[in-house]
Write a protein that binds this ligand. Structure first.
Ligand SMILES: Nc1ncnc2c1ncn2[C@@H]1O[C@H](COP(=O)(O)OP(=O)(O)OP(=O)(O)O)[C@@H](O)[C@H]1O
Length: 958
């Protein structure tokens, strides 16, 4: 309690001093900093996000080369050019000189580009530097750099792997090859191209599609293992859809002349036409490469001695060399490839009875198809070629084991399209005569073939055949295509495209001249045996086969079917020789028939009996039999001998069909002259209705010394004649006093067309007729040529029918491409090299070089010499003394070497002229010719060139 009075002093809280103004400021500042920080952080985050997203997008959209610029590519810095010791010159190209060199005791090739061809160097280096370019069938890129030559100029060099056997073209010209070597060459070349064409992704790295654009045997090298190495990527281009890239810079294909490069004789028809679809330049350029691949395959196969079955292998020829020689003009190639749709011909001795040969021919055919879309892809070609060795081995094996079976028809499993036609060796018509030797070998080979049809990956077909025992009843099966072989749907479309034409001559079985490559095939058309067809129908019936079963067997026979009717009936291909009638006992017969003997009579009776049963199927079949019988040419007996009747069908063409066919106002005179007309000839005329035999009694005697003439008056406006024995008749047409247009194709059919020339559609000829522009021929000329060709045939030699110039000149202009982007032309820029059969791009914006120089040294091959003549004046700046320029395979061949020590020449203005707009190119052709002659025959002498350049230039001494 004593503490009661204790007063606890009140603690008076001193009022806190009011906040100073500064403190207030700090607080506000803190707050604003905070916001600032927040804002900054947000901004950073946003910025970061944007950067990441942007970078990702950029990565996605940016072409791969920029991800990995050439300079950063490890390979580019592998070998320093300075460390390379140059030994000798191995080749001279348009753009640079190739040397054999040595680095660290390893042989390499160095390609040196002069300064004015730097863009070519840059482009080639860029292509080699793209990711994932390493491939066993491409040259390896080892390094690059600059070097000052002895002349003081800068040169740019690419260090590449060395191919000791040199150019493929040189090798082929000097050697024949075995089948296995051919397979190795064909496959490796295709693999190299397929790798270029492929887009490959490995992790983040992506190899884009590259199109070669100058694919030919000069740019294919051989290594020591006889593997082809694709080289010369100077024109190669990185494409993607409608765009392409030059040094990583995106370009738009439609605004440039992308297709103005390449080697003339290897140029695809669409390039020659200027009708490349640049909207999808990737696909278009690939297709152009594939066309060239087809020619390369043909070129190689032509030197495979095993394909000639003991006959002598013909000398090496470039594609179309037999037809237009070594130095064709642009127009010549254009007429041949675009207008005449000509392709190099397969020798008749390449029998289709050998499945490997057949597959090879089909593959080549599918590569150089006129329709670019119908061409195979490189991968697909590779897949097909992979099968060749196996097919060949099995065929050879079975040849040894099985022998001949008389019950099988040798030609029966050939596509119709491959039966017609005649073989031309070296571009010249031989004949359509089947020699006994041909027949024998055909039988033998075909017999064997039946035992090996179907590829290993096709067991279902074999099983199917074995189960049903159809061999001998059905025609030998055609192996269905493998998935990788998948015939491009466009292929079928192409075949179907011809149907209206064929149907317009209903009542006749036509030969498809597009595919007529077999000497044996012409006569096969005349020997289509209705009994065969009936047998097949029996087989179908008795074995309960459906269309699905038969489709694989009939693959590739769309032509046959399409001629017959629509919808396509399930009929087997016609046969060359009527097979021995063969009766297959039914396995599940309902009427328990006793076993029947296999005799012709039995077959006939059996057939009649079965036909009388009268089911709807049989009615359908009978109707077809009737139809077919009416289609099949009859044989006539005359003077005790069987003779093939020549059927000449004269049909109205499209323009006249649009009019009422009868009565036709004009009187046409049709004159047919041919030394090979059969003894008795009938001319069948049709105007869309039933055929009319106009002159059944005209008889022509093939023994007649003069050319027999056949004249028939008819009232048909348009005539189309098809001969099946391989000669080229002449048709003359008069309409009143005026001659109608005579359009003479180089195939076995000749047609004359109405005066407006609207009806004629030339198809790919089976003979390669060249317009000799210098030869102003007349009908008489042609007759003379036919005569001489017949003489040649009689002597079992090659013959050649030549179109006369007037027809060529009068023929309709080349088809213009529709719905396609026309390749822009740059008329002021040179399209043709002065000295080569090549067309070149133009030095300029695209960075792809044009008009480059360099002499090609292959004797007998196309050569090229520099467009930029000045370039050559220091062509060997890396060699101390004159060094022989030789192909690697003929390095010791002094005749093939070019001494470049002296450089002297003079230029003459060419006197050659041309009526065409490409007068400069014509002049250049003559220059080329002279240069090549010089290169072949004037080694060591001073060489004079003519050129379009105004001033004499120093070029070289051969
Ligand atoms: N790696 C190599 N190995 C062996 N020889 C080679 C090699 N590279 C080039 N050659 C030879 O040099 C020649 C010219 O080379 P290349 O074709 O690359 O030059 P180019 O100027 O592009 O020629 P082109 O006129 O064909 O365009 C070839 O034809 C070949 O004979």
């Amino acid at each position: 309690m004593c503490n009661v009075d204790v007063v606890v002093p009140e603690v008076v809280e001193e009022p806190s001093p009011p906040p100073l103004a500064e403190d207030k400021k700090d607080e506000a500042a803190d707050k604003s900093y905070l916001w600032l920080w927040v804002l900054l952080i947000v901004a950073f985050v946003l910025l970061g996000t944007c950067i990441v997203v942007g970078a990702r997008r950029w990565k996605r959209t940016k072409p791969p080369p920029l991800d990995l610029p050439p300079e950063e590519h490890p390979a580019s810095s592998c070998i320093d050019l300075e460390s390379v010791k140059i030994l000798e010159t191995i080749g001279q190209g348009r753009f640079g000189t190739a040397y054999r060199a040595i680095v660290d005791e390893e042989e390499v090739a160095v390609k040196m580009f002069p300064q004015h061809h730097k863009s070519s160097y840059t482009n080639e280096k860029y292509i080699y530097s793209l990711p994932l370019m390493e491939h066993s069938n491409l040259l390896s890129y080892l390094g690059s750099g600059e070097r000052v030559g002895q002349d003081g100029n800068i040169y740019y060099g690419l260090v590449l792997s060395y191919c000791p056997k040199g150019r493929l073209s040189t090798y082929l010209s000097e050697n024949t090859i075995t089948w296995s070597t051919f397979c190795s060459i064909a496959l490796s070349a295709t693999r190299g191209l397929a790798h270029l064409h492929s887009e490959i992704r490995k992790g983040d790295t992506k190899k884009p599609c590259i199109c070669h654009r100058d694919f030919n045997t000069r740019n294919l090298l051989l290594n020591e293992n006889m593997q082809v190495i694709v080289s010369d990527l100077g024109f190669a281009i990185h494409t993607q859809g409608s765009k392409y890239y030059v040094n990583g810079e995106e370009q738009h294909a439609e605004t440039s002349s992308l297709t103005d490069v390449g080697t003339l004789r290897y140029m695809a028809p669409e390039v020659l036409e200027g009708a490349v679809n640049l909207r999808d330049c990737e696909a278009a350029l690939k297709q152009i490469d594939i066309y060239a691949l087809g020619l390369v395959l043909w070129e190689c196969a032509a030197r495979c001695h095993e394909l000639y079955q003991g006959l002598q292998t013909p000398p090496y020829m470039l594609p179309f060399q037999a037809e237009i020689g070594l130095h064709p003009s642009f127009e010549q190639v254009q007429v041949l490839v675009v207008r005449n749709k000509a392709r190099p011909l397969f020798p008749s001795v390449w029998k289709d009875t050998n499945p490997a040969t057949r597959l090879l021919k089909e593959t080549i055919d599918d590569c150089w198809d006129y329709d670019a879309d119908a061409r195979l892809s490189a991968m697909c070609v590779e897949g097909r070629l992979t099968e060749l060795p196996t097919l060949w081995d099995r065929y050879k094996l079975s040849l040894g084991i099985n022998g001949v079976s008389p019950t099988l028809n040798p030609m029966s499993n050939l596509p119709l399209s491959q039966r017609a036609g005649e073989m031309i060796n070296g571009g010249k018509i031989i004949s359509n005569v089947i020699t006994p030797r041909d027949k024998e070998s055909s039988v033998s080979e075909a017999t064997v073939e039946t035992t090996i049809t179907g590829s290993p990956s096709e067991p279902s077909l074999d099983v199917f055949l074995a189960k049903n025992q159809l061999i001998g009843t059905l025609q030998p099966p055609i192996p269905s295509l493998q998935p990788h072989q998948g015939r491009n749907p466009c292929m079928e479309r192409n075949l179907i495209r011809e149907i209206p034409h064929e149907i317009s001559v209903s009542g006749n079985i036509l030969i498809d001249p597009l595919k007529s490559n077999d000497i044996n095939s012409i006569n096969s058309i005349n020997t289509i045996n209705a009994a065969n067809l009936i047998d097949v129908q029996h087989a179908i019936e008795s074995h309960g086969l459906t269309n699905e079963h038969l489709m694989p067997l009939l693959n590739g026979h769309s032509n046959t079917a399409s001629v017959m009717s629509q919808p396509r009936p399930m009929l087997p291909p016609p046969t060359l020789v009527p097979p021995i009638p063969y009766l297959q006992n039914e396995v599940h017969s309902v009427d328990n028939q006793p076993k029947r003997q296999n005799t012709a009579m039995q077959v006939e009776n059996y057939d009649n009996r079965r036909a009388s049963k009268g089911s709807s199927w049989r009615r359908w079949r009978s109707a077809w039999e009737e139809r077919l019988k009416s289609l099949i040419p009859r044989r006539r007996h005359h003077n005790g001998e069987d003779e093939e009747r020549q059927e000449i069908l004269i049909t109205p063409t499209s323009s006249s069909l649009s009019e009422p066919p009868t009565p036709l106002p004009a009187t046409q005179s049709v004159t047919v002259a041919s030394p090979h007309l059969a003894l008795q000839t009938e001319v069948l005329l049709t105007n869309g209705g039933p055929h009319t035999v106009i002159s059944p009694n005209h008889t022509l005697n093939s023994q007649h010394s003069a050319l027999p003439n056949y004249t028939s008056e008819t009232e048909i406006g348009i005539a189309k004649l098809h001969f099946q024995n391989g000669f080229a008749p002449i048709i003359k047409s008069r309409q009143g006093s005026k001659d109608s247009g005579l359009n003479k194709s180089s195939e076995n059919s000749v047609s004359f067309v109405d005066s407006d020339n609207s009806c004629e559609k030339l198809r790919r000829p089976t003979t390669l007729i060249l317009p000799d522009r210098s030869h102003k021929g007349t009908i008489n000329n042609v007759e003379e040529e036919i005569k001489s060709s017949v003489d040649n045939i009689d002597h079992n030699e090659e013959s050649k029918v030549t179109d006369s110039a007037p027809e060529v000149e009068e023929s309709p202009p080349l088809r213009k491409a529709k719905h396609r982007v026309k390749t822009p032309r740059r008329p002021l820029n040179p399209r043709l090299s002065l000295y080569d059969d090549r067309i070149m791009g133009c030095e300029g914006e695209t960075g792809v070089q044009a008009g480059k120089g360099g002499g090609h040294l292959d004797v007998g091959l196309s050569h090229s010499l520099p467009l930029h003549m000045n370039a050559l004046s220091g062509q060997q700046p890396f060699l101390a003394s004159s060094v022989p320029v030789s192909s690697a395979s003929s390095q010791n061949n002094s005749a093939a070497s070019l001494r470049c020590s002296k450089l002297v020449s003079s230029a003459n203005n060419s006197s050659s002229s041309s009526s065409s707009s490409r007068s400069s190119s014509s002049r250049s052709s003559s220059s080329r010719a002279s240069s090549r002659e010089g290169s072949q025959g004037l080694l060591g002498q001073e060489l004079t060139f003519s050129c379009t350049q105004p001033n004499p230039q120093t070029i070289g001494v051969l």
